[in-house]
Design a protein around this ligand. Structure first.
Ligand code: AHR
Length: 495
């Protein structure tokens, strides 16, 4: 069977919210400390404590939204410990992640500075598990109140007169687990109470996000929608791609074709998962006012040998690039409800886009996918019918290819495609309807490794990188035929 698509280039079926390309940075391992924050006195060149090389790399992705401070850390975080002179900030134990000392040097001011430097929206995750309603209310007041108030005065004393704009606020994280082991009925009530005090001050309008389900926990979504829908703007979903099992997840770099296949098969589960959670949401919110926010997703492997098991540091190969591309396509497809997603996590943790080693840094294959797919940010999602050839291993099949098409504001058309097969090239043919583009130039970019486990290191930073793609050719009948190497991702620009 061939890989064939018909794209109605003149029919938009929605907008791909740029927030689908969001990121997540937790106080976990070397994500914040060392990965982003090195402090003003560091030998590593920095801007007010934020390392310049990582900042520049992240600026290259046009990150739309960044979630912080957790994760599980969020429900143990007390924001007042992270303000004021750094040398006097409270030192605490990061119990979830390695039991290391958290010196609170990266707090509210530092995070919001990072967002300003990145030009992205902050998504703050508040503490329900071990925090109080008052603490949450005061945090919002501290960040956003413009006028005379105790928290605005405290902010000014900390060196920031003007309030920040904070659009997204999460009321707890994984409250069915690390965020308090609550039952959905209990959390729904707690959510209703806490969010009451997450106030809109002046013209700062907060998008309130309730903690949603993990994986296949449809009951959680059902109860939250039934009991609290009218109080929320977004409901979250967490799903990680774990190739083997929780207790032995598999290596990030040492895997065979079977595990490659299994990883991609599990990544594609996101499609069904999102569809089912959406169906429940549709029952209570047919107008689709509430967004489904997949604020944790990505691959989760065993940590790199010799590293702290609590730091979740893993390498990132072409397999991760394929997981990223196929998952982003799934989010496009569900963009009527999925309006934000945050890959876990930005630097040095899980499926990171950047890895650091001392003063050096490298970009991962996942980074390159996010860079290539920037063309889809806020673009019109085009109507597409696609038939994929099967990719079969041990009698189990998944689609060999995945495709998504969008039109940017400047009128140009972009088609992103990936070939999931570990060893077979894929020929895809596209019939473009509603586009007088016979003469329009086709340009392309390709991401391909020299092995399935190809990855970048600080000593070999360009082993996996993008190159121009010339494998897409217009046929005499007007269709476009693209031949994609095995295990690769490409983006075509037409026009
Ligand atoms: O991303 C790592 C952890 O995974 C997060 O802290 C938590 O929310 C999830 O279980």
């Amino acid at each position: 069977m061939a890989n064939r698509a018909v794209i109605n280039a003149d029919r938009s079926i929605g907008r791909i919210d740029r927030n689908i390309y969001g990121h997540f940075a937790e106080h976990l391992g070397r994500c914040i400390y060392e990965g982003i924050w090195v402090g003003e006195d560091s030998d590593i060149p920095n801007t007010q404590g934020i390392r310049n090389d990582v900042l520049q790399a992240l600026q290259g992705l046009n990150i739309p939204v960044l979630r912080w401070p957790g994760g599980c850390f969020a429900d143990e975080y007390h924001w007042k410990d992270g303000i004021g002179p750094r040398e006097t900030r409270k030192r605490m134990i990061n119990t979830h992640w390695g039991g290391v000392v958290e010196n609170n040097h990266f707090g509210t001011h530092e995070f919001l500075l990072l967002c300003e430097l990145l030009g992205c929206e902050p998504y703050i995750n508040g503490n329900v598990g071990s925090g109080t309603v008052q603490e949450m209310q005061e945090w919002v007041e501290y960040m956003t109140f413009d006028g005379e108030s105790p928290m605005a005065a405290l902010r000014a004393a900390g060196g920031r007169e003007k309030p920040w704009k904070v659009s997204y606020f999460g009321v707890g994280n994984e409250n069915w687990g690390c965020g308090g082991n609550m039952r959905p009925e209990y959390y729904a009530d707690e959510y209703r109470r806490y969010q009451t005090y997450v106030r809109n001050y002046g013209d700062n309008k907060i998008f309130r996000i309730a903690c949603g389900a993990s994986d296949f926990n449809y009951d959680w979504t059902e109860v939250l929608m039934r009991e609290a829908a009218k109080h929320m703007d977004g409901l979250t979903l967490h799903y990680y791609t774990i190739p083997l099992e929780w207790s032995a997840k598999g290596s990030a770099t040492d895997f065979d074709a079977k595990v490659w296949f299994e990883t991609l098969r599990k990544a594609l589960v996101m499609d069904d998962l999102v569809a089912k959670h959406k169906t429940i949401m549709d029952k209570y919110d047919p107008a689709k006012r509430i967004s489904l926010i997949v604020d944790e997703w990505g691959t989760w492997y065993d940590v790199e040998p010799g590293t702290n098991p609590g730091f979740l540091f893993q390498q990132n190969t072409m397999r991760d690039a394929l997981v990223a591309a196929a998952t982003l396509h799934i989010f496009h497809k569900h963009s009527d409800r999925v309006r934000m997603a945050n890959i876990a996590q930005t630097v040095n943790v899980l499926q990171a886009v950047v890895l650091t080693e001392g003063g050096k840094m490298t970009l991962t294959p996942t980074y390159h996918v996010f860079e290539m797919f920037k063309v889809h940010h806020d673009a019109e999602l085009l109507d597409l019918a696609f038939e994929a050839a099967p990719y079969t291993v041990d009698g189990i099949s998944i689609p060999q290819t995945s495709v998504s098409a969008s039109r940017a504001k400047d009128g140009s058309l972009h088609i992103s495609l990936c070939n999931l097969s570990h060893d077979q090239e894929a020929t895809l043919s596209f019939e473009l309807r509603g586009l007088a583009a016979d003469a329009a130039p086709i340009r392309g970019t390709l991401l391909q490794g020299d092995a399935l486990s190809a990855h970048n290191t600080v000593d070999q930073p360009d082993r996996v990188r993008t190159v121009p793609f010339d494998g897409a050719v217009r046929q005499e009948d007007g269709t476009i035929q693209a031949t994609l190497p095995a295990a690769s991702v490409a983006v075509l620009r037409i026009g």
